[in-house]
Design a protein around this ligand. Structure first.
Ligand code: F3S
Length: 78
């Protein structure tokens, strides 16, 4: 699963994300981008939005469902 993080403070409202990925980005009344689904299963065009944002206001985080398992492993190794 992926998490889309949009830093509104950084967004300059250029509209590129909504243009390259209208499926998940739209422009809000404040002329800043809005993410439609913050948690998604498939990246699709979201990567394009991230790559093309001129001020890097969009980040994509990989959410691993096996977080707990990984934590336990790390604890053992230390
Ligand atoms: Fe804003 Fe970047 Fe989209 S500046 S409108 S988040 S492409």
């Amino acid at each position: 699963m992926f998490k889309i993080i949009l830093e509104k403070d950084k967004c300059i409202g250029c509209g590129t994300c909504a243009a390259v990925c209208p499926a998940n980005f739209e422009m809000g009344d404040d002329e800043k981008a809005k993410v439609i689904n913050k948690e998604i299963e498939n990246l699709g065009c979201n990567r394009l939005a991230e790559e093309n944002c001129p001020v890097k206001a969009i980040r994509i985080k990989v959410e691993k469902k096996s977080n707990e398992v990984e934590l336990k492993k790390t604890e053992k190794e230390e």
